[in-house]
Design a protein around this ligand. Structure first.
Ligand code: BT5
Length: 326
């Protein structure tokens, strides 16, 4: 019922809707409407009530309503079940915890309006204030571990294609999983497997996209190399629509990968690569490797020509940084 009320508020597109109308549409009493409204406010929804006018939901473009996402979805599995939360530590953590308690269908999406402990790779943190898309997708790929790891690159292409629908600014990928708009990071992907090596129980694909984040919501420490769709395009976007587009692209690329393998997708990845042909430095943790990024092989490894040899760098344990960032 709470979701129904939220949906009606959203459908009012920022206009006031009276308690009476809400009660009639949803078939509950005005007191019940009021109670649900209080719960929604406590959950963090920005609802104002004015006597004689009713209720108004503010910042509507930032609210995910699964029924609205469903209107734009063209998928069979991914996003057919969407769970929403106003606030969470990390959607990856929460989805994993949920799976301990109950079974969820493949393709389930858990999305939160904000995360207070969003995670990047290798223990790094991910800034996730309201206005972004912070979500995790549950998959059960029928693949061995090395091929499952390639999904990080597959979904990077899918997300970039989705972002291209909305931006005039160039969208690229910085190997392995950074989504760039105008050369700055606007999103990232975190793949987490659960189960035995070679027999994964499930895969959680965590995706973060900075959509309606203004400059002030991007911490100063990362402002030089991070951006958002709003900063790049000077306007706000509707999260429901973007989420559906991303999920549509994800399923389409996932199916392509399962049926035809990585070759074509890898070519696409390379054509979207930010550093291709450029001199880069790769932070290996213990040392820095310098050379020219000459491509990515079919295992998803970055190929660096140091002048003396071609080094293969596998995903997950390195980050590529340009000279200026060092
Ligand atoms: C990533 O890690 O890029 C993967 C990010 C995945 C986030 C999603 S959100 C939903 C799901 N739930 C989670 O808890 N996580 C996933 P990595 O390549 O390690 O990049 C992390 C680095 O990016 C940080 O060390 C910062 O320098 C920078 N960073 C942090 N927050 C950022 C943001 N919002 N936008 C751009 N850069 C950011």
């Amino acid at each position: 019922m709470k979701q129904q009320i939220l949906k009606q508020l959203l459908l009012s597109r920022g206009e006031f809707i009276s308690g009476n109308d809400l009660a009639n549409i949803t078939g509950v009493s005005r007191v019940a409407v009021w109670k649900h409204m209080e719960t929604l406010k406590q959950e963090g929804y920005n609802i104002i009530s004015v006597k004689g006018k009713g209720y108004q939901l503010q910042q509507i473009e930032n609210i995910i309503i699964p029924e609205i996402v469903a209107e734009y979805l063209q998928t069979e599995n991914i996003g057919r079940k969407i769970l929403t939360l106003p606030q969470v530590d990390s959607t990856n953590n929460r989805l994993k915890a949920m799976l301990q308690e109950r079974s969820l269908p493949t393709g389930t999406v858990l999305i939160a309006a904000a995360q207070n402990s969003g995670r990047g790779r290798r223990g790094r943190s991910w800034v996730s204030p309201p206005g972004g898309l912070w979500f995790s997708v549950l998959l059960r790929p029928p693949l061995d571990l090395p091929r499952t790891a390639l999904l990080s690159l597959v979904f990077a292409v899918a997300c970039t294609r989705a972002l291209q629908h909305y931006t005039e600014t160039t969208c690229q990928i910085k190997w392995p999983n950074d989504l760039l708009i105008g050369g700055k990071k606007a999103g990232g992907i975190l793949l987490e497997l659960e189960g035995e090596i070679g027999a994964a129980n499930y895969l959680i694909v965590g995706i973060g996209i900075n959509v309606n984040l203004d400059l002030d919501s991007i911490p100063v420490e990362i402002r030089d190399y991070a951006t958002s769709m709003q900063v790049a395009e000077h306007k706000n976007f509707e999260l429901n629509h973007i989420l559906a587009t991303v999920l549509n692209q994800m399923e389409s690329y996932y199916e392509r990968f399962l049926v035809s393998g990585i070759t074509d997708i890898m070519q696409e990845f390379c054509s979207l690569c930010y550093h291709l042909g450029q001199e880069v430095r790769v932070d290996l943790g213990s040392r820095i490797l310098a050379g020219v990024n000459i491509g990515i092989d079919e295992q998803g490894s970055l190929l660096i020509d140091t002048g003396e040899q071609i080094c293969k760098i596998s995903t997950g344990d390195v980050s590529v940084v340009s000279r200026e960032e060092l």
